[in-house]
Write a protein that binds this ligand. Structure first.
Ligand code: 13P
Length: 257
């Protein structure tokens, strides 16, 4: 059974105070979330405070990026152990904003993914094509390269711990959402790729989230698709009501792996 997972990627938003306020608003709305894994990914500076505020709540915590080395002279970077001991169980890796603005490559995403698995964080690895790539009919090539790149060296035993987020770059923060059929097609393609490398059973156990302008109005039909196992939510995760409504849209869509 794949449990759907809805994660809020707050990106570079919310001070500590703002984070605590949003969590206080969210918690009463997220009491009845059986059957869905809910995760919040605030900025690094809010993680420890968020961890304290979420104690006992059915909500996990994740970071938005990390370094692949475990410690050392890497000014400005944060390690997997730092995140783990701040209360994180999840880590977003290879977000398109990191690829576009901070020179993240398939190789660095892969190093981070292997490091996250080694320390016991659950990686949420992001893949997705740009508008130009979609229009040029190279979506599958791009996604194949990103998925293969990210999973290089991942042992079969670890595959089911990895979460993939399909986030078409043209749908992020633009208000343009992939149609359920467009998203399902790429999700099925990603699952087929994993199946080629790891076999059908392992591929069927991997959760694949959709991300890109998910809102309460479109979440239900996206998450009802057979290969879409919840979402990675940006803008709509910054407000309690819309995020909780998206979580509610996911309840009862868990499916056989
Ligand atoms: P939006 O939901 O704001 O489009 O962002 C999606 C995203 O990038 C989540 O990681």
């Amino acid at each position: 059974m794949r449990t759907p997972i809805v994660a809020g990627n707050w990106k570079m938003n919310k001070t500590v105070e703002g984070s605590l306020q949003l969590i206080a608003e969210l918690l009463p709305l997220l009491q009845d979330t059986a059957g869905v894994e809910v995760v919040l990914c605030p900025p690094f500076t809010s993680l420890w405070a968020a961890h304290q505020a979420l104690r006992g709540a059915p909500v996990g915590l994740g970071g938005q990026d990390m370094h692949w080395e475990f410690s050392g002279a890497y000014t400005g970077e944060v390690s997997a152990e730092m995140l783990l001991t701040c209360g994180c169980r999840y880590i977003i890796l290879g977000h398109s904003e990191r690829r576009a603005y901070f020179s993240e490559t398939d190789e660095t995403v892969n190093r981070k993914l292997l490091a996250s698995l080694k320390i016991g964080l659950i990686p949420i690895v992001c893949v997705g094509e740009t508008l130009q790539e979609r229009q040029g009919n190279v979506t599958q090539q791009v996604v194949r390269q990103q998925v293969r790149g990210a999973f290089t060296g991942v042992e079969p035993a670890d595959v089911s711990r990895v979460i993939v987020a399909y986030e078409p770059v043209w749908a992020i923060g633009t208000g343009l959402t992939a149609t359920p059929a467009q998203a399902q097609e790429v999700h099925a393609f990603i699952r087929a790729l994993l199946s080629e490398s790891y076999g059908t059973a392992a591929a069927a156990s991997v959760r694949i989230q959709y991300g890109g302008s998910v809102k309460p109005e479109n979440a239900g039909e996206l998450f009802a698709q057979p290969d879409i196992d919840g979402g990675l939510i940006g803008g709509a995760s910054l407000q309690a009501g819309p995020f909780a409504a998206i979580v509610k849209a996911t309840v009862n869509v868990s499916r056989e792996a």
